[in-house]
Structure formats: structure tokens, C-alpha cells
Design a protein around this ligand. Sequence first.
Ligand code: PBG
Ligand code: MG
Length: 329
Amino acid sequence: MSHYPALRLRRTRASGWSRRLHAETVLTPADLIWPLFVTDGEGVEEPIASLPGVSRWSVDAIVTLARDAAALGIPCLALFPNTPHDRRSERGEEALNPDNLMCRAIRAIKDAVPDIGLLTDVALDPYTAHGHDGLVDEAGYVLNDATAEILVEQALNQARAGADIIAPSDMMDGRVGLIRDALEHEGHANVQIMAYAAKYASAFYGPFRDAVGSRGLLKGDKKTYQMDPANAEEALREVELDLGEGADSVMVKPGLPYLDIVRRVKERFEVPVFAYQVSGEYAMIEAAAAAGAGDRDALVLETLMAFKRAGCSGVLTYHAVHAARLLNA
Ligand SMILES: NCc1[nH]cc(CCC(=O)O)c1CC(=O)O
Ligand SMILES: [Mg+2]
């Protein structure tokens, strides 16, 4: 009797309690990682025009936000620095400074809110004068092995300051294994690596580059290291390599346009998969809501649920606090 009228899929949808009972996926604040932009000074909030509702904050303000996030049940923050211009250089040495913005923010948050996790981005773009994630040769090519060596030092610098999850977002080959070795060697056995394993050369990163101040600086594009949006099999190879090198979890980025990749990675490897709902995706939702094209709260929750349904363990999203408030209400 597996057909109409005996079978009516609308039956279990007919009331709220039943829809709740049959929900296959749950979204909670524990699924959210909140990216925050750190800037110099005290008591500073600098709104980011292309990312409406998101600001850069000074370290003291970030601590307050960390406390709020923890109270809402958000388990982890992702930190990104807006390095002052006079501290950017060809080789991005500021990334290795134990007192750089990132390290100061890590120490201050760990001190005040010890039970929130801190994920730190490893890549040189917030520190270089040319806006690339690594060292650039005369021809403008981003050098793999020389960059990876510096990324190892950057990761150690973050781990020493108290970072919980090192997240290399640079797409250099081999860097996960080198970072894992260095962490083990220095006694950071429980510092995790979440590899930006399948990171695409995407048009959705524009507002982020404003936020970290690299947009006007970036020469050319990142297509020689970030992935071609045409490729999916290559994403599986990237993930396989990063897992083999010791990644604890992997990330797919951007998010919504790449849910097919999330799904394939999850099915193939059965490991924790995260996605980054990136700045351009956030901006699209905000623009749609502002134009009256959709209800903001509903758009936020629906898109985040979609990540969970696709197989994500969690999502990096600028809507984290907003979503957590809605989910806790
Ligand atoms: N390597 C830096 C980095 N880490 C996260 C993002 C983008 C995040 C976002 O758009 O929200 C980028 C930008 C880029 O690769 O150019
Ligand atoms: Mg790789």
C-alpha cells in the first residue's frame, strides 16, 4: 500500500509538533563559529561598509564580544587581524611577531573567557604589502615551499599565544603536515588543525578583503593557489592529502555555492567537515533582506540549516550571534 491515498507525506507535516518530531537535522548555537576582525587601539569599533552589521573591534571590545558569544552557547571564535599599514611588508614578518594583534587578542580572550575555543587563520595576506597569502617572486608567483616554512612559524606563534585550532587558509601544498610536525615537536599535541582543504578562488571574498585591509593591495588574483570553481574531484584529493598530513577536520569554502563539495567530502571520508559561509554570502543575504526580497531571520536560519543537512559539523558565519539569539529564543 505504498501509494496515495494510504501514503500522504503531508500527514507528518500537518502540525508543528509533528514537524519538530520528524526533523532530520538540528541546528544549535553549538554549530556556529563566529569570525571576528581585530583592529588596533582601545574602545575602537570600525564598521565595514561592504559587510553591513560587521565591524572591526579593538582587543578590549573583542573580549566583551567573546563573553557574549560564550553566553549564547557559541563554542568557537575565528580571529582575523586588520594589520596597520606600517606593519605590512613584502614578506609579512608581522605574522611572526608574538605581540601582533592576533596574539594579543588570543591572550586577552583566553584570559577572560577561557572556555571559548579560538580558531586562528594561517596565511600571510593580512600581513603582506601585496595582499597575497604567501611570498611572491619577481614574476608575481606565490612560492609554495618558502611560504610553507613561514606558515609553520606563524602557526607556532599562534599556538604559543593560546590558539586552540590552527586553520591554514593559504592553500600551499604540504603545509598541514609541516605544521602538525612543528606543533608536536613543540609540545602542542592538543592544538587542532582545521585545514581549509578545499578553498576556491572565489568572487565571494570581497568584503573580507575590505575587513582585513588587503583589497586595495592585492595584485592580480589567487588562482595559482586557490582552487578552480569548476573542480570537485580535485577537492576530494585536497581533502585526502590534508587528512593524511594530520588535519583533524577539513573546511570547504565558500559555503552555499559549494554544498555539493561538502556532501561529497562527508560521504567519502566521514570526518568532521566545516564550511565557511563567507563575507560575500553574508553580504548577499543582508542585501536581499534590505531590498525586501526575503525575511532576514528566515534566510539566516534556512541557509545555516542547509549546511547541517549537507553534512557539516559546523559553520563559520558572520551571522553567528544573530542566529544563536534566534535559536535560543
Ligand atoms: N587567506 C585569507 C582568507 N581567510 C578567509 C578568507 C575569506 C573569508 C570571507 O570572505 O569571509 C580569506 C580571503 C582570501 O583568501 O582572499
Ligand atoms: Mg592542499
